[in-house]
Design a binder for this molecule. Structure first.
Ligand code: DGL
Length: 259
């Protein structure tokens, strides 16, 4: 098989990266994707950097057995903790990461409050600290850890009373002041509608999925790795829990409108 005909490997700590997969399929409809959700080890957010590096390396090793031509780290936490290491280990493999979409939020709302929701590890890592530092003169950037949201989404709870109660409490201090909310965790687009109810009507809720998908296209184009097939690509879901329930949830979220 030619390199360009091979699938793209995409992974997350669980089902969250399916929000990025959706954007990638929209951007590159003729590509085949192998999606791996590491739900048996989710959430990654409360873990140490070394643990997330070890788990991410194990997933990439697995995806390489599928013959993937590129890797998308559809997880802000794993990108922060492991992207550099993975690029060192596989210098010729295109590895595309994701980071909180702070730049577009600040450009659209200079001088205003921008709330960045993410996992504790993402907010603690140097990647985010540098990002926040770069933009802190231009806007009031408020990091907001929302660890429980990952577990709600992993359980398929995207619109339950418990999710609404959790978000109400978490976002109450910013309900009237946030000009924009950045979703710095790929699980969060699945609760976008519930988040929208807790902030000013019309305040944009911005995720990094589309930007990551565009970067994937750019890297495949640059390396002449775009799939030439004319028909629609295939998407295959795998999950480390090896349960049909997680595959069903993956398919549900893939088909759910959240953007
Ligand atoms: N979806 C991952 C991210 O983007 C999440 C998290 C986790 O497992 O804590 O950060």
């Amino acid at each position: 098989m030619e390199q360009q005909d091979k699938p793209i490997g995409i992974f997350d700590s669980g089902v969250g990266g399916i929000s990025v997969l959706r954007a990638a399929v929209r951007e590159l409809p003729h590509e085949d994707f192998c999606y791996f959700g590491d739900s048996a080890n989710a959430p990654y957010g409360p873990r140490s950097t070394a643990e997330v590096q070890r788990l991410s390396e194990a997933v990439v090793t697995h995806l390489l057995t599928k013959g993937v031509k590129a890797i998308v780290i559809a997880c802000n936490t794993a990108t922060s903790a492991a992207a550099t290491l993975l690029r060192q280990k596989y210098p010729t493999l295109p590895i595309i990461g994701i980071e909180p979409a702070v730049k577009p939020a600040v450009e659209r709302h200079p001088g205003q409050q921008v709330v960045v929701m993410a996992t504790p590890l993402t907010l603690r890592e140097e990647k985010f600290t540098r990002l926040a530092k770069r933009y802190r003169q231009q806007a009031d950037i408020v990091p907001l850890a929302a660890p429980d949201l990952v577990e709600f989404v992993e359980a398929g709870a995207t619109d339950t009373p418990a999710v609404h109660a959790y978000l109400h409490k978490l976002l109450a201090p910013y309900a009237t002041t946030a000009a924009a909310v950045v979703l710095g965790c790929t699980h969060f687009p699945f609760v976008r509608a519930a988040i929208a109810q807790e902030v000013r009507p019309g305040a944009p809720i911005i995720d990094g999925g589309a930007g990551t998908a565009r970067e994937l296209r750019r890297q495949l184009e640059a390396k002449q790795l775009l799939n030439p097939q004319q028909e629609a690509g295939r998407v295959v879901f795998e999950n480390s829990t090896a349960t049909s329930a997680m595959i069903q949830l993956s398919e549900r979220l893939f088909n759910e409108k959240n953007d």
